[in-house]
Design a protein around this ligand. Structure first.
Ligand code: ZN
Length: 65
């Protein structure tokens, strides 16, 4: 196993764990149930409508996509 595949496996496991936690909480894993994401661009925080759940923040909607 190379270093890259070890890292991607670790990321994959971490991602699956988060998805499972969010599923149990009924929240969208992309935005953690907020319905939007915040990105910091040039030190100015900007909010973006979450495309994963279409802004609802619900796991059901995220899972449909
Ligand atoms: Zn979302």
């Amino acid at each position: 196993m190379g270093l890259f595949s070890a890292i991607s496996e670790w990321k994959e496991a971490k991602y699956r764990k988060r998805v499972k936690e969010m599923e149990e909480a009924g929240k969208c894993p992309d935005c953690r149930g907020r319905g939007y994401n915040t990105l910091v661009n040039d030190f100015i925080p900007a909010t973006y409508h979450c495309t994963g759940c279409d802004g609802s923040g619900r796991f059901e909607d995220w899972n449909k996509a």
